[in-house]
Design a protein around this ligand. Structure first.
Ligand code: NAP
Length: 245
């Protein structure tokens, strides 16, 4: 068995999760990666020598079968999630809200619950939850997503209380605008609409967030980085963005 620490990254088939896998591999971690699109996941995993396993965090059976293959884990990055739509509450779509809550909140809980014993046994476990500035702010049209990310933040803070005295650190990473597939997914594949999100401003890259996650997990074991809020220079709040054109 490898003597390297092992990290699990959920939602590693694109964006922040894929970049985090690359950064953690470079920092000396063995990796197990999960996502629904196994072809995309394998493209990320193969060059890193990582294990790619199918995972749908909204499906309890999928989470169970994924976690059953995890014999040891030091770092769990709960990254799977995202937003669907930008409708005001008056036009809210139940199915979109349910999916957002399921992936961003229940999914995080399911994977964490299943892996807590292995994280504790490692003697130096670390849970990193990727929330969002949507966990600490709201914006028009964002209620389904901000409500879910606020909940993910509440779960993260609760975990820090419940795990006090155990060797498991809990870190929240809350990014602002990061150019990934996030907006393409939010706007149901409408790439032109997604591109407008970042028009005239410089967003963060997935590597910027992966760098922060890797920094947090490589601090000495007695140091718990609590919350990292990371925004582009061009973004002051969820609604105030400096655009040059
Ligand atoms: P992305 O490129 O769309 O990546 C999302 C990842 O989550 C994909 O790998 C996707 O993989 C996975 N995923 C979604 N639903 C899943 C499910 N039910 N089960 C397993 N995996 C699932 O977007 P991203 O920006 O990297 O997003 C990563 C995280 O950062 C999300 O939690 C998002 O809310 C958060 N975030 C993003 C931004 C931003 O501006 N981009 C800002 C703040 C926070 P599959 O589709 O293959 O399953």
């Amino acid at each position: 068995m490898s003597d390297k620490p092992l990290a699990i990254v959920t939602g590693a088939s694109s964006g922040i999760g894929a970049a985090t896998a690359r950064h953690l591999a470079a920092a000396g971690y063995d990796l197990i990666l999960g996502a629904r699109r196994l072809d995309r996941l394998r493209e990320v995993a193969e060059p890193l020598g990582a294990t790619a396993l199918p995972l749908d965090v909204t499906d309890p059976a999928s989470v169970q079968s994924f976690c059953a293959q995890v014999l040891r884990v030091n770092v769990l990055v709960n990254n799977a999630g995202g937003a669907l739509g930008l409708e005001p509450v008056a036009e809210a779509d139940d199915a979109k809200w349910e999916t957002m809550y399921d992936s961003n909140v229940l999914g995080l809980m399911r994977v964490t619950r299943a892996l807590l014993p292995q994280l504790e046994t490692s003697g130096a476990g670390h849970i990193v939850n990727v929330t969002s500035i949507a966990a600490i702010e709201v914006y028009p049209g964002g209620a389904g997503y901000t409500a879910a990310k606020h909940a993910a933040r509440a779960v993260t803070e609760t975990l820090r209380l419940e795990l006090l005295g155990k060797p498991i650190r809990v870190t929240e990473v809350a990014p602002g605008m990061v150019e990934t597939e996030f907006s393409v997914v939010r706007f149901a594949g409408d790439k032109a609409r997604a591109d407008k999100t970042y028009a005239g401003m410089t967003p963060l890259t997935a590597d910027d967030i992966a760098d922060a996650i890797t920094w947090a997990v490589t601090r000495p074991a007695h140091v718990n980085i609590d919350t990292l809020v990371i925004r582009p220079l061009d973004q002051a709040t969820a609604t105030q963005v400096h655009r040059r054109s």
